[in-house]
Design a protein around this ligand. Sequence first.
Ligand code: FAD
Length: 456
Amino acid sequence: MKITIIGAGPGGYEAAIMAAKLGAEVTVVEKKRVGGTCLNVGCIPTKALLASADVLTTSLEAEKFGVFNEHTYADLKQIVERKDKLVSGLVKGIEFLFESNGVTLVRGTGRLIDAHTVSVELNDGGLETLVSDKILLATGSVPICPELFQYDGVRVITSTEALSLQQPPKSMIIVGGGVIGCELGQFFSRMGTQITIVEMAPQLLPSEDEDVAKQVMRQFKREKIKVITANSVTAVAVSDTEVVVTLADGKTLTAEMMLLAIGRASFASGLNLEALGIAVDSRGHIEVNDRLETSVAGIYAVGDLINSPYLAHVASKEGIIAAENMLGHNKSGAHKAIPRCVYTDPQVASVGLTEKEAQIKGIKYKTGSFDFRSLGKAQIIGKIQGQVKIIVNQEDVIIGASIIGPEATDLLAELTMAVHLGLTAEALGEVIHPHPTLSEAIMEALHDVHGKSINK
Ligand code: FAD
C-alpha cells in the first residue's frame, strides 16, 4: 500500500510513522520544516520561552527558599537562542524517525491532481508527481489576520513573530485573551513589557470554567498585566513607532507593538479541493466521516484542517487513527475526552464539561474541590495558589474536571483517563496517591465529592 501525506505537523508526521509501522510505503510532502506549527512556531517554542520565564521567576523568589542569587536578569536574545536550538534538535529527531521507519520526505508544496495523484512543487525547483493508493491531508492552520488589524509582521505581529523577538517591546497590546494571548502575554510581561490584553468575551480563557478564569485574572492583575474584557477593537492606526487602537467603547490604547491572538483558520489553500469535489464546511474545515475519510474515497484529513479542536494532541491522535483506517482498520475519530491546557503560571488544565456546560445541558451534577494551599507538597515548592475541581453526574461518574495550579497540565492525565473510561469519583478516589505529591489534591477533591476530604 502506497500512502502520500501532505503536511508534516503532528497530524501528518505521526500518521506517516504509524502507516510505515503498519507496512505502508509512505511519502510525506512538507514545504517548511517537519513538526509543523506545533514544533516550529507553536506548542514547543512557546513552552520553551515560558520555561525560561519560570526560571526567572523562581530565581527572583530564591531568597524565600534561603538561596541567594544576586544578579538575576533575563536576556531575551539568549532565551530565543535556547528555544531555537531545542526546536532544531527536535526537528532532526523527526527526520531521524522518518529515516529509521523508511518514510520518504519530499520538500515542497503538494497539490492534489486526482484521488491518487499529488503534484509537488519542489523547494529546490522542479515538479515531482507522486502516485499512491491513499492520500492524507494534514496541512494544518494559519493565524487569522483580518485587514482591520493591518498585520505587517513588524509592529503588528502574530505568535509566529512574537516567538523570535530579540528584545522585549516596551509595551504590547494583545488582541485575544485565549490560550495564546494569555501565555505570550504573561511571558512578555515577565520580560518587562507592559501588556494590555483585549478580549471580546466577558472573561479571559472564554472556554474555561469561570472560577478558573477569575483566578488567572487575579494573577495577571498582581503582575500588572492590564486586561480589558467584553470589548473589541474597532479601528487600528499603525505608524513607524506605535500602534493606536480604538475600542468599541471609544477608548484608545497605544503601544509599541500589537500581537494578534484571535484564533487560527484551517489552511487548505492551493490543495485544489474544489476540482476533486472534497466537501468543506462554512468555516473552511474539510468535512470527514467518523473514520476521518473525506467526501472523496481514499482521501483522509486530520488535525487543524478538520472541525476538531486546534490542538497538537488531537492532530496526533487523528493522524494515528487515519493511518490505521487507511490500512484497513475501522477506528472511530470521535474523541471521548480531550484535555485542554494553558501553560500560564499558575497553569490551567481541564477536561470534559465545565459547570456552566453541565448546567446548559440540564445535567444534575455535584462537585468536589480541594485547594493546593492545604497540601504539604504545594507548601514545600512554594506554589500554593489554585485548586482542583471535579464534576460528577448523578451516577457519580466524572464528567468534567479542572485544575488551576502547579503542574496542572501534567496532573490532568489521571482525570482525562477517568473521563475517557467513565470512572466514578468513588472508584478513582480509592486509588492510593503518593505522599507528598501534588496529585493528592486530586484524591482530596475526589473524596470531597462525597464530603469525605480529610484535609479540607
Ligand atoms: P500543523 O502543525 O499546522 O502542520 C501542517 C504542516 O503542513 C505545516 O508544516 C505546513 O508547512 C505544511 N503544509 C501546509 N500546506 C502544505 C502543502 N500544500 N504542501 C506541503 N506542506 C504543507 N496545541 C497544543 O496541543 N498544545 C499547545 O501547547 C499548543 N500551543 C500552541 C501555541 C501556539 C503559539 C500556536 C500557534 C499553536 C499551539 N497549539 C498547541 C496548536 C498546535 O500547534 C496545532 O493544533 C497543531 O500543530 C496542528 O497540527 P496539524 O498537523 O494539524 O497542522
